[in-house]
Design a protein around this ligand. Structure first.
Ligand code: PLP
Length: 241
């Protein structure tokens, strides 16, 4: 990210520019939305706080941020507990979700971004029904067939979607993808487009209103291609160790 506002003296505390960075990212989100003829209010910014301390999350919250993303179930639960005083904070589980973590996570996360297989759908349904909740989920798609990544293969989406839609314990509201890493943001565009086309082929925006795609490097491109949720970490919180 070439934008690093608020660069201070060496003596500045590390946390001093979170609010400025957030404001900048929000501005860029709004600009991309407007440039592509979309209402900026249709794009939600999730601040990815994985491996970042509670103090920085509080700082972002104080700057008005409400949606936060975490990859690891236990880290999300720990942070949610430590930040329980922030009543309207919303947690997004954006990483691979293990079946044995479902029970703990469904009451704590507002949206599960990475539901990608039948066994997980069954578990979410079972636990959801027991607790009397219907979790909102996104189905994660492995667009490029990368072995290193989880996600449902595009050709299996239809079956997974039909199964999930038949379950009372969860509600599918869209699709999510993490495209292969690309050198230039522009190179991610075909993948974002592919996710949007996949949505078109499976009921369109009426059935699947949300598209979670785009990260620090390429969220502007993702918005141009229809992202309704962008997941931005390092551009807000700085690089991760
Ligand atoms: C870490 C992560 C992000 C944020 O990545 P940045 O490049 O730091 O913005 C977004 N989505 C997922 C699934 C991640 O794991």
């Amino acid at each position: 990210m070439s934008h690093t506002p608020g660069q201070g003296n060496d003596g500045d505390v590390v946390t001093s520019n979170i609010a400025e960075r957030l404001q900048l990212i929000k501005q860029l989100v709004n600009d991309s939305a407007q440039q592509s003829g979309r209402d900026p209010a249709t794009v939600r910014l999730v601040a990815v706080s994985k491996r970042k301390p509670i103090s920085l999350i509080r700082e972002a919250y104080q700057a008005g941020q409400r949606d936060f993303g975490e990859n690891y179930s236990q880290e999300l639960l720990n942070k949610a507990e430590q930040l329980a005083d922030l009543a309207d904070i919303r947690w997004h589980h954006i990483g691979h979700l293990q079946r044995n973590k479902v029970k703990g996570i469904i009451g704590s996360a507002q949206l599960l971004h990475a539901v990608d297989r039948e066994a997980l759908v069954h578990e979410l349904d079972k636990r959801g029904q027991t607790l009397g909740v219907s979790s909102e989920v996104l189905l994660q798609i492995n667009l490029a067939g990368e072995q290193s990544k989880s996600g449902c293969p595009p050709e299996q989406l239809s079956a997974l979607l039909d199964l999930a839609c038949s379950c009372e314990g969860l509600r599918v509201i869209g699709l999510m993808a993490i495209p292969p890493a690309t050198k230039r943001p522009e190179d991610a565009r075909p993948y974002f487009r592919q996710l949007r086309m996949l949505r078109e082929a499976h009921g369109g925006a009426e059935r699947l209103p949300e598209l979670s795609m785009g990260m620090s490097q390429d969220f502007a491109i993702a918005i141009e291609e229809g992202a309704t949720i962008v997941r931005v970490g390092s551009a807000i919180f700085g690089p991760r160790e």
